[in-house]
Design a protein around this ligand. Structure first.
Ligand code: UDX
Ligand code: UDX
Length: 438
């Protein structure tokens, strides 16, 4: 590395904390800022507020090397920094577009205190044209705004940061782009340097394409069930074609999380605002909504019924609440969406998730209200008519199936993640229904 740089990271959530800790790990001095005083206190006390593989270790290492600080307030961090990363949320507005309020607030706060020659980097996922918006809010001729979208998957974010497939930087100022690129010295990857609109579009296009792959395989899984094919064989058969690739072709209960749902809708909205009707992306979203309904229909069938009336008064044992394994994140979780539909139809839901063992933190509980949270998988299955796997936590593969069969009152396991071995399930006397499996 040429020269360690002082970096400020505004917003210390899943993206900001990982970004800050990884840059500190690479040798820079990093000041992470947040508006949430309690979060900063916890971080300062050495606590990691999220579940993220490897994060605690690199935070501890960077802190003991004196390269990572946590402060309250964006300008407290940015006034001391050469490069400032904006990692604040861009929630979905009522009309599907991304809401830039937090970005604009953070930009307005740091504007006056930025050092001359500073670079402000937008890492949050923002609509095309937002680099300009940030420039206008900052109103400084001596400061450059650059786009550097993140491609971090929760659960493997540290690995994704340090071993990315590429780093994308968008700027009209080549020198500023190269200053940002130089921060990644030590990361062996391709630097894609382009203009801001292209960088911002790359982020949406990548997430849109990945969501499309998953919707496609979920639709193929539905086909497999209809024609008597097996989705695992089909995925293997198509994934070996390098033009297709095997990644992101796992069928499931539909995609969720803090990015795909809001980014796919924002992509449709951005296209619409620019006069393009992105029908393909609309279809990708529709297939995802249908997938959730299909999973509910599997539960209905498992109860021996044809419509949702049969759910009234039924007890369902759910395994998994997070939007995928490896994270404690419940934002836009397909599991919670499915559970809320089941409950709306009158079902009683017991659930176990390794990150949501009671007593649950207050800040996560609103999404969980009305679900009977259990301390173990077997407890969640005790006395239930249907077992429903909604998140692919590896520990569910080790479930004591004999015990599960003994404690359940019903006999069907609906496995929306194709996680369990159907033969092992049926060997206990239970019956098995996966997604697109024979
Ligand atoms: C967020 C966005 O959701 C995503 O679109 C973007 O790509 C990156 O930032 P994430 O890190 O997952 O992703 O959000 P979250 O975990 O909610 O963290 C955001 C943090 O910003 C929170 O700690 C929040 O307290 C903080 N924040 C929010 C500020 O510091 N200032 C604000 O004005 C608003
Ligand atoms: C995603 C992108 O992958 C990442 O690059 C971006 O920056 C942020 O959004 P993340 O939301 O953390 O990351 O999760 P991801 O692993 O992409 O999974 C998203 C959803 O798709 C989850 O609900 C997951 O269960 C589902 N999924 C993923 C499938 O159903 N099948 C698959 O094959 C892969």
């Amino acid at each position: 590395m040429d020269q360690p740089v002082t970096i400020a990271v505004i917003g210390t959530g899943y993206v900001g904390l990982t970004t800050g800790a990884c840059f500190a790990h690479l040798g820079h001095h990093v000041i992470c800022a947040d508006v949430d005083v309690r979060k900063i206190e916890r971080l300062d006390a050495g606590e990691i507020p999220i579940v993220e593989e490897g994060l605690a270790e690199i935070v501890a290492g960077a802190r003991s090397a004196g390269r990572l600080e946590f402060v309250v307030g964006a300008s407290t961090a940015s006034e001391r920094a050469d490069i400032v990363f904006l990692c604040v949320p861009t929630p979905q507005g009522d009309d599907g577009s991304a809401d830039l309020t937090y970005i604009e607030m953070a930009a307005a706060e740091i504007g006056p205190s930025l050092r001359s020659g500073a670079v402000v980097v937008n890492k949050s996922t923002v609509p095309v044209g937002s680099t300009r918006v940030v420039e206008r809010v900052i109103r400084r001729d001596d400061v450059t705004v650059v786009s550097n979208p993140e491609f971090l998957r929760e659960g493997t974010a540290v690995h994704d940061f340090l071993h990315p497939d590429r780093v994308v930087i968008g700027s009209v100022d080549r020198a500023a782009a190269e200053r940002v690129a130089a921060l990644y010295d030590g990361v062996d990857t391709e630097m894609v340097i382009t203009d801001p609109a292209s960088a911002e579009t790359i982020k949406y296009a990548a997430n849109g394409f990945l969501a499309m792959k998953i919707s496609f395989v979920n639709a193929i899984a539905a086909m497999c069930e209809a024609v008597g094919a097996d989705v695992a064989s089909v995925v293997h058969g198509i994934g070996t074609d390098r033009r297709i690739g095997s990644a992101f072709l796992n069928p499931g209960p539909g995609w969720g999380g803090s990015c795909f749902p809001k980014d796919s809708r924002a992509l449709v909205k951005i296209a619409q605002e620019h006069g393009y009707n992105f029908t393909m992306m609309r279809g990708v979203i529709d297939v995802n909504d249908e997938q959730r309904s299909r999973m509910i229909h599997k539960v209905v069938r498992a109860l021996g019924g044809h419509d949702r009336h049969v759910l009234h008064g039924a007890t369902i044992g759910v395994l998994g609440l997070t939007f995928k394994a490896g994270t404690d994140d419940l934002r836009d979780s397909p599991a919670l969406a499915i559970i809320s539909e089941l409950r709306r139809a009158g079902a009683v839901v017991k659930a176990y998730d390794p990150t949501t063992v009671p007593p649950v933190d207050d800040h996560r509980s609103s999404a969980l209200v009305g679900i009977e949270l259990c301390a173990t998988a077997i407890e969640a299955l005790t006395g239930v008519e249907v077992a429903l796997v909604l998140t692919e936590w590896p520990e569910f593969r080790e479930l004591d199936l004999d015990k599960a069969a003994e404690v359940m009152v019903g006999t069907v396991v609906v496995d929306t993640r194709n996680l369990l071995d159907p033969a092992a399930v049926t060997a206990t006397g239970l019956s098995y229904d996966g997604v697109g499996r024979k």
